[in-house]
Design a protein around this ligand. Sequence first.
Ligand code: S3P
Length: 440
Amino acid sequence: MSEAIQIKPAVRVRGLAVLQGDKSLSHRALIFAALADGISRIENLATSEDVNATIRVLRTLGIEITLAPDGESAQVEGRGGIFDQPSMPLDCGNSATTMSLMAGVLASQPFESILTGDASLSTRPMNYIAEPLRKFGAVVETSENGRPPLKITGGKLTGVLYKPKIASAQIKSAVLLAGLFATGSTIFHESLQTRDHTERLISHLCEKGVIDIDRLEKTITVRKIESPIEPFEIVIPGDPSSAAYPIALATLLPESSLTVPFVGLNAGRIGFFRQLQAMGAHIVMSRDPHSGKATAGEPVGEITVHSARLKNVPIDPDRIPAIIDEIPLLAVVSCHSDRDWEISGAARLREKETDRIKTTAQMLEFMGAEVEETEDGLKGPGGQKFKGGDIPCIFDHRIAMSAAIAGWCSVSPTAINCPECIQISFPKFFDLMQNLVEYQ
Ligand code: S3P
């Protein structure tokens, strides 16, 4: 375990935040490159532990992946949807995205594979993924209560009509990936729209007619791919979930100003910025009109932010999937708004790397804030000034980074214990923030 990181109260944030590639998109680019027939190239790949898990799993399945020395670009030798039967369990580490998406891919492979994870992933419910894949015809065994490991005996799949019980891009992606290798049509019914990176990649990379998206009926239909996916080149846009941290701090600390270039502006990912705008934040998102070509259809642009006083505005429950990873940070920000606040409709947070409703409340209490857990969210008073605190090891990257933001706007220093968990999504978080944060 590394030493605790000490966070001193800061006065403002200034500068340019250049971010590494988006984590969700990095996983998907690697998987689609492995499915393509030939050599694909990925630029600005995320170098996080979660993305390393996808690389490790694909390599164990016989896919050659050559990384540049900085890990930020990759060459992937796809084999047109053919993989080697793995000789060992496929270790997904902490990454539920790796496990979910790879389960979708492996469901159609004519062999047995076992997907395992670390202590945290091993407690997360994967029956959400197992259930639809069984409907396709794959044999999927789980541990007690649908927990990993997942043992998948894949084979011939038949398309399904599936309506999940919860809104989840991971479930949707597993179903769509299996649907690309299933006979007939697969129809996924999505009551609340989640991030659509998988659909965009299918539209961009697969032959015409493979995917139909009907926003009115809330359905996505995929059909079996008849010709192999062509190899491709993609530049991954900066990660909007990583951008959220410096943007939140620049909003909260007076006289701050920050620019974030080349960041992903997918509507399914910018719920946090939209919510802050509704609360009165000075956040401007300017979409690059030429974006989309290099990024396989993903919108990209620049975000600028200046500090602002925030009023509390209740969050629209339909917006929850677009802000799901930023809710711990939204709770930090909401404590600084002008009145009582409540975030609801976020029960899915209890099934993340930790029970994030509980761990967000714990973290805020350690910071000296007043907060209350509800069944599906959090609530508390506005106008709070954090005292600063000693944050124990919670082993959740988004809680550690939210605690650091809370620490920079506290009156006394904060210690973040076990800060190494940030490697999961944003290894350069503290380096980047130290370049932006100014002290008295
Ligand atoms: C992800 C989807 C989200 C998000 C996770 C990454 C993805 O989970 O929380 O960090 O890349 O598909 P859901 O399955 O809850 O949408």
